[in-house]
Design a protein around this ligand. Structure first.
Ligand code: C5P
Length: 241
């Protein structure tokens, strides 16, 4: 996916962390304004692939944040199914290892070709270290490096395995851009416009700072979805860039 000629406004991804009914209402409001939505596992496991098609019909590109992690055969099949559903981008855990990561890429390509021989395969992005994990939790699962070292190792593995990019905190975006190069997709959540409520996010950056640090795409959820006027909230973010 070559994102480099797309406007920053078209690279804001609205996280729809809500029920299917609410997601559809929000989708209808944001249609024609936002280019991307993110669907996470809560919503996807509740309603299945139909939500991808519903969002496509409303004109969105769909980031399916399912964070796959299983043996290569399963991940191949799941990636194929995700491509059949029509997702444009999805996530896998880099800690699943190289055979699992390459299986995700192959599954995505096969699934896209099943639907349409000329179709572009969904982009595959890696989750490195969950931001909910600290140094002590990493040690508990046998990782004795710092979170930053582990992020660096897993991002390198994802890149060497042919993935299109990674998801990381805005604080890591500059370092990841240097490591992964100009074309990589670097998606940063933890984005808050000036004055917005932090919710449960602690290490946040403004939308402008996240793009300036090297993010290709931003994920913004509650500052848009919990606003009384989601379209205006999105437009204010775009104006701030
Ligand atoms: O509402 P908010 O803007 O905090 O939503 C951020 C979205 O990004 C949520 O869907 C959340 O699960 C996701 N995310 C995150 N931090 C990560 C990875 C994903 O906030 N490290």
């Amino acid at each position: 996916m070559d994102w480099r000629h797309e406007s920053k406004a078209d690279r804001i991804i609205v996280a729809l962390d809500c029920s299917a009914d609410e997601a559809i209402v929000l989708g209808e409001k944001l249609a024609g304004h936002a280019r991307w939505v993110k669907i996470g596992m809560t919503l996807y496991y509740a309603v299945g692939p139909s939500i991808v098609k519903t969002m496509h019909k409303l004109g969105f590109r769909v980031f399916l944040d399912l964070k796959l992690h299983d043996i290569p055969h399963q991940v191949y099949g799941a990636s194929m199914s995700i491509a059949h559903a029509g997702a444009d981008l999805f996530t896998v855990h880099a800690s699943g290892g190289e055979p699992m990561l390459t299986s995700a890429v192959r599954g995505a390509r096969k699934g896209a070709a099943d639907v349409d021989l000329d179709a572009e395969a969904p982009a595959v992005c890696a989750i490195t270290v969950l931001t909910s994990m600290d140094e002590q939790q990493l040690e508990e699962i046998g990782v004795n490096d710092s979170p930053a070292q582990q992020v660096h190792r897993l991002a390198s593995l994802a890149s060497a395995s042919g993935l299109d990019g990674i998801v990381c905190s805005p604080m890591e975006a500059a370092q990841m851009r240097e490591l992964l190069g100009d074309e990589a997709i670097i998606i940063t959540p933890g984005v808050r416009p000036h004055g917005a409520s932090l919710g449960d996010q602690s290490r946040v950056a403004t939308p402008k700072d996240a793009f300036d640090a090297g993010a290709s795409h931003l994920v913004v959820g509650r500052p848009i979805t919990r606003s009384n006027d989601p379209v205006q909230a999105l437009e204010e973010i775009v104006a701030s860039l």
